[in-house]
Design a protein around this ligand. Structure first.
Ligand code: FES
Length: 258
């Protein structure tokens, strides 16, 4: 069976499996924002920050969609996604009992055991998704979330027991009106983790570098194969070009060259 730009042989070579996963639920949770839950293969071990490639049964649109893992437990995997085009619009039509093609988990995710001291999470829009699972693996008393949205926020109920939550919206519908970069300062933190639009991550990483604070960014590049074969998702690093899908998506801010 062909899969995106990659055939079965290539998947096997790269130790990935194409599976048909059962849809448990697919709910709208915000403006153009949905939460999809699928059945998890018991053999899958998922690290926060990893993603799956999802492909609909009708093979249209041709390419699969990378979705970051938002929440995971013994038997299910949850993805929070934003409708941004034809592919994600079609994902919204999935209902309980449907099946969806999946490859994953893919990529190098976050390393929660390595994040010590005061930890800041800075997210922009749907970039908040991977942090839902990550905070379960961090000492919650040390985590402060700075979350920016264009309009009404989502997923914040999953962060109710961390140290502090700061919210901004572009339209002022919740929290501070403006950008999350206006509220965030790295000076009181030991580690900063960020995910969202590239322009946000660039600013956060550079601000952290200017005061000597460690940062890690989960890069969100366009992807085609999702398994390291097509080089569509390349990003520049101090060690040369790397593939966001399999070398990332999480990189140290120190190695990223925006
Ligand atoms: Fe093909 Fe990353 S998406 S190499």
């Amino acid at each position: 069976m062909s899969y995106s730009l990659v055939n079965e042989k290539e998947l096997t070579k790269k130790k990935y499996r194409f599976q048909q996963s059962q849809v448990i639920s697919n709910e709208r949770i915000g403006e153009q924002v949905y939460f999809l839950t699928i059945a998890k293969d018991p053999v899958d071990t998922v690290i926060p920050g990893q993603f799956y490639m999802l492909k609909l049964q009708d093979n249209s649109p041709l390419l699969a969609r990378p979705l970051s893992v938002c929440e995971v437990d013994e038997s299910t995997i949850g993805f929070c996604y934003l409708v941004v085009g034809e592919g994600t619009a079609k994902l919204t039509k999935l209902t309980a009992g449907d099946t969806v093609g999946t490859i994953g988990p893919i990529g190098n995710g976050f390393s929660p055991a390595a994040y010590q001291g005061e930890i800041a999470i800075v997210s922009g829009g749907i970039g908040i998704a991977p942090f839902v699972e990550l905070v379960k693996h961090l000492p919650k008393a040390n985590v402060t979330l700075y979350a920016g949205f264009s309009t009404k926020p989502y997923l914040l109920d999953r962060f109710s027991d961390i140290k502090a939550v700061h919210v901004t919206t572009d339209d002022g519908s919740s929290g501070h009106r403006g950008f999350i970069t206006e509220l965030f300062s790295p000076s009181n933190f030991d580690v900063v983790l960020t995910c969202g639009p590239e322009i946000l991550m660039e600013k956060i990483v550079h601000t952290c570098q200017s005061v000597g604070v460690k940062s890690f960014a989960s890069m969100d590049k366009r992807m085609a194969c999702g398994i390291g074969a097509c080089l569509v998702c390349t990003c520049k690093t101090t060690a040369g070009n790397k593939r966001c899908c399999v070398d990332g998506p999480v990189f140290s801010g120190a190695e990223l060259m925006f």
